[in-house]
Write a protein that binds this ligand. Structure first.
Ligand code: PXP
Length: 242
């Protein structure tokens, strides 16, 4: 069944922490951004504890867990020490992502089939702590099938190829791939979220795809917030995906 409602908005606050870590200072405070986002219409707060700790730190997670009122979605790799931390912090949701040290941002989705066992172990540990698990995957039937086989209830489709398309023809092609993947995953009973690379120019089209539950957007909102403030940036995005 297709969802007819507008997607929710998850605001990723990683790059507030990036700005702080540039100087290893105390500002800007990611928790502050999270609370303003919630007050401005965010439906969830997303943070990625990367293995190299380039932005979000463990202390941020503990503070976010204490303060976020909507839903805390922790993006994370399946590395054992990261799963240990997640099991201790117990966010509402964990989104499993692939992670490479050298990448500027998460470059692709999880390759589920060859990593099936490792991902399954992480899911099992997280679910024991009552954490809802989502898998960040490319809009691809093989990945969707493998995710469904793992028994997760939720996936997030990587919108990077659509967002980074060099021309209209390419963008249309990747948009159709996304639509097909949403339908395919929904037919398998999965809750479907989407994100990566979405901004004030390309998010509205994705928001119109029926069946997407939530869009997770970070970089574009933090960039806009640097100029117009966080409340305004979140409200503008919320209005745009309506
Ligand atoms: N979803 C996932 C799983 C991600 O890894 C990221 C990047 O941290 C995002 C969404 C948000 O991407 P962006 O910062 O490009 O909006």
């Amino acid at each position: 069944m297709r969802s007819l409602k507008m997607p929710k908005l998850g605001v990723n606050i990683d790059h507030v922490a990036t700005l702080r870590q540039v100087r290893h200072g105390i500002e800007p405070e990611p928790v502050f951004a999270a609370l303003i986002s919630e007050a401005s219409g965010a439906d969830s707060i997303v943070a990625h504890l990367r293995e190299d700790r380039r932005h979000i730190q463990e202390r941020d997670l503990y503070l976010l867990k204490e303060t976020v009122k909507t839903r805390l979605n922790l993006e994370m790799s399946v590395a054992k020490d990261i799963v240990d931390i997640a099991c201790e912090v117990r966010p509402d949701q964990a989104t499993l992502v692939p992670e490479k040290r050298q990448e500027v941002t998460t470059e692709g989705g999880l390759d589920v089939p060859p990593n099936f066992k490792k991902i399954k172990q992480a899911i099992s540990r997280l679910e024991k702590q009552a954490i809802a698990v989502s898998l960040f995957i490319d809009p691809d039937k093989i990945q969707i099938d493998a995710s469904a086989k793992l028994g997760v209830g939720m996936i997030e489709l990587h919108t990077g190829r659509y967002a980074e398309a060099k021309n209209k023809k390419q963008q249309d092609k990747y948009f159709r791939q996304l639509e097909t993947a949403v339908d395919y995953a929904r037919a398998k009973g999965l809750v479907v979220n989407a994100g990566h690379g979405l901004d004030y120019y390309n998010a509205a089209r994705v928001a119109k795809v029926k069946g997407i539950e939530e869009l997770n957007i970070g970089y574009a909102i933090v960039c806009r917030a640097a100029l117009v403030g966080f409340a305004c940036a979140v409200k503008q995005m919320k209005a745009l995906i309506k």
